[in-house]
Design a protein around this ligand. Sequence first.
Ligand code: ADP
Ligand code: MG
Length: 593
Amino acid sequence: DSPSEKYEYQAEVSRLMDIIVNSLYSNKEVFLRELISNASDALDKLRFLGVTEPELLKDAVDLDIRIQTDKDNGIITITDSGIGMTRQELVDCLGTIAQSGTAKFLKALKDSKDAGADSNLIGQFGVGFYSTFLVSERVEVSTKSPKSDKQYVWVGEANASTYTIREETDPAKQLPRGTRLTLYLKRDDKGFAHPEKVEKLVKNYSQFVSFPIYTWQEKGYTKEVEVDEDPAEAKKEGEDDTAEKKKKTKKVVEKYWDWELTNETQPIWLRSPKEVSKEEYNEFYRKTFNEYLDPLASSHFTTEGEVEFRSVLFVPPVSPTGKDDIVNPKTKNIRLYVKRVFISDDFDGELFPRYLSFIKGVVDSNDLPLNVSREILQESRIVRIMRKRLVRKAFEMIQGIALSENRDDYETFWENFGKHLKLGCIEDRENHKRLAPLLRFFSSQSENEMISLDEYVENMKPDQKDIYYIASDSLTSAKNTPFLEKLLEKDLEVLFLVDPIDEVAIQNVKLYKEKNFIDISKEDLDLGDKDEDKEKEIKQEFGQTCDWIKKRLGDKIASVQISNRLSSSPCVLVSGKFGWSANMERLMKAQTV
Ligand code: ADP
Ligand code: MG
């Protein structure tokens, strides 16, 4: 070997390595994601330069990443056929902090007072090359740049302040181009050198890197081999000695090792929606989210212009928490990729509002930095635009289910996620126009099948101005309320709001197609049939009766009034115009208990 030259790390690098190793110990496995993303970057760079300098691609090596494991010795090698590094680049890139993501990482740590404490935050970062020292005792980076005719080896060790560089002279170790990392794992981390472990990590973190990732896997096939029958055996079975000696076959498993493609090189969201079948979307959904059932709907789209991203969204077939559970925004339902590299699925309302947190899917952005953190996400203008578009697409997708010929689908959706949408009516004023058409209620004319507000409006009488509702604790009590009498007589449809959240949701929506929602239990209900003369007459006749009732009931009621709203019941208790409805009162009572 040629002599090694010793180099000192830039002071900041040593500090950074300490911080990474100390703060990410519980999240060690990210090292593989980082190294694969570097390999993928190196391949991207080569491919990009190859456009203008085709001679760079002259060695007909495929653009790929290969990961080999030696579990007995605890060694992982990662080889890419990318751009490689010259000797100077080795010094600049691996010995100092350039303007790479690692520099930003360091700055963010500096900004957050309590460095190391919030490993959650750190887990979100692209921590770069040095994360390899989370698991490695020693790392060798052997690399050949097309700009240089020599190959160099960088060697670094955990907890060291120096590294070395030498020329690679061993002919057996020459690379046509690119970089090979050899990780000699720490004693406790040798488990990472198992082929299954590496496969699992690749599938989880780097499944959709756009270059093929091969892992070295043991395989087997069964073959039949002929065996001579044991004569003693044959005797035992009482066979005739003179019979022709029978040939027997037996199945044996032949083991061998070979490269196996471990990622999907063409992520489904990079393909054209026209080319992807429903079955492929369903399979992608089931695989990505470990689900057994197919989604109710999917939506695949690309946005261009101000912000560029691609996304595939799904409506799950069932609510994982059960339909009565309150919404938990901390699901792992949205997987964010930046340039095909998995970044995070740990969101808290950044990409979808809480009431839409049941939507699952992937989002792949070209505009966010690979080292995007929770903080960056929360402040980013790009993310705000993305969120708006995602929400709009989610609504279109749900609307699609509502419009589908199969009414059962929307019933299923409503049963599972109706509560979420009602919560949306309360929390997301901006989207009332999108939410309201998706609401469903029983009504006085449709007690068995829920109707939409559109269906209600279509069924309105020509001179009917408002949408009538009664809030109640059950369908039975809604059906039997005396408030209904007059409206039924006039054949006016009344919505039955029987879910506790319904009334608040409707009160927030306020209008639908310029029609007010009117609570038929309130005192000022006006059905447009007032006959003033007749009212005066009746008031005179029964005035004294009213006074008498008020005297008898005293403080229990606010007032006693003559009304024309009943047809068969003699009297009814109503709430004041500005008071709570009986249903609200029931709810408030239930909450204070
Ligand atoms: P970042 O990827 O954010 O730039 P890293 O710490 O991961 O930060 O990597 C530092 C630099 O080292 C990269 O920017 C790149 O120039 C160089 N590098 C790392 N791995 C490779 C590789 N496999 N091939 C070529 N260059 C690499
Ligand atoms: Mg990197």
